[in-house]
Design a protein around this ligand. Structure first.
Ligand SMILES: NC(=O)c1ccc[n+]([C@@H]2O[C@H](COP(=O)([O-])OP(=O)(O)OC[C@H]3O[C@@H](n4cnc5c(N)ncnc54)[C@H](OP(=O)(O)O)[C@@H]3O)[C@@H](O)[C@H]2O)c1
Length: 255
């Protein structure tokens, strides 16, 4: 892909402070997009913005907790005000808290629903009018909403029921957006990674992490960049090509 493929585009990436979001933001910036970096850890976002600027790109740091509706709306509003448009949104921020439902603190379920579902919905709702405007008048004649789901959005496993529920919900939302707006040039895509080496699993209770290490320890997991490559592929297709859904597992991962 040419370095200037996304020149003139503005991309907002949630969860840009680590893992898949960080790699994706850097990749989009490398293709010429101006990027709004959204997450709670401002120091990590500043580091990333520094790297992007050193490489000749443009980045705006937005410290925000997208589980708050107003914060999500303001993140979108600031992107518009300071970067002058918005034609790509990567709804990536997420949390995965696993383990048997019987033992799970209900707060873990609340965190997952509030971020994986409501956070994504708040960002999408605030961004929709601007994405539609960009599809009509913007640099590419098309706009992209990319929702980061998971294999867990396709396959339910014993021990991850509520995470499964949040990612299935995101998949349904993504398809609903696609059907409603595709005729107006807004592509809504779902990317479903398998096991990827990021900070995600580290937020689990220790007893859950032990099980995860047993399951994934011997596996060569995907790198965040592998998923960033898929996301950049999705948003750089010609206007008439909409990649609706992509499931990407490590070769070693059966389920
Ligand atoms: N890693 C995998 O194996 C895997 C597999 C399938 C799907 N996924 C999905 O990929 C996405 C990215 O995860 P990752 O693997 O890259 O994990 P990660 O490294 O833990 O990244 C999660 C990102 O979400 C941000 N975040 C968390 N709470 C937030 C909040 N309230 N407001 C704004 N941002 C928030 C975090 O930043 P702050 O803490 O700075 O806010 C961080 O940047 C998630 O949706 C996850 O479900 C991952």
């Amino acid at each position: 892909m040419a370095e200037n493929t996304l020149n003139g585009s503005v991309a907002l990436v949630t969860g840009a402070s680590s893992g898949i979001g960080e790699a994706t933001a850097e990749s989009l910036a490398g293709l010429g997009a101006t990027v709004a970096l959204v997450a709670r850890r401002a120091d990590r976002l500043e580091e990333l913005a520094g790297r992007i600027r050193d490489a000749g790109g443009t980045a705006l740091v937005i410290e925000a907790d997208v589980t708050g509706r107003e914060a999500a709306e303001q993140a979108v509003a600031r992107t518009l005000e300071e970067l002058g448009g918005l034609d790509i949104v990567i709804n990536n921020a997420g949390v995965m808290l696993l383990g048997p439902m019987a033992d799970a603190p209900i707060e873990e379920w609340e965190r997952m629903v509030q971020l994986n579902v409501m956070g994504a919905l708040y960002v999408a709702k605030a961004a929709l009018p601007h994405l539609l405007a960009a599809a009509e008048n913007g640099p590419r004649g098309v706009a992209d909403l990319v929702n980061i789901s998971s294999v867990a959005g396709r396959v339910v496993r014993n021990g991850s029921g509520v995470y499964n529920a949040t990612k299935h919900a995101l998949g349904a939302f993504s398809e609903g957006v696609r059907q409603e707006f595709t005729a107006r040039g807004l592509r809504s895509s779902l990317v479903e990674p398998g096991a990827t080496a990021t900070e995600l699993a580290g937020h689990n209770r220790e007893e859950v992490q032990v099980g995860l290490r047993q399951r994934f320890g011997a596996m060569t997991r995907l790198e965040a960049q592998d998923i960033a490559d898929v996301i950049t592929f999705v948003v750089t297709r010609p206007r008439h090509v909409a990649v609706n859904e992509v499931l990407v597992r490590p070769t070693d991962q059966e389920q």
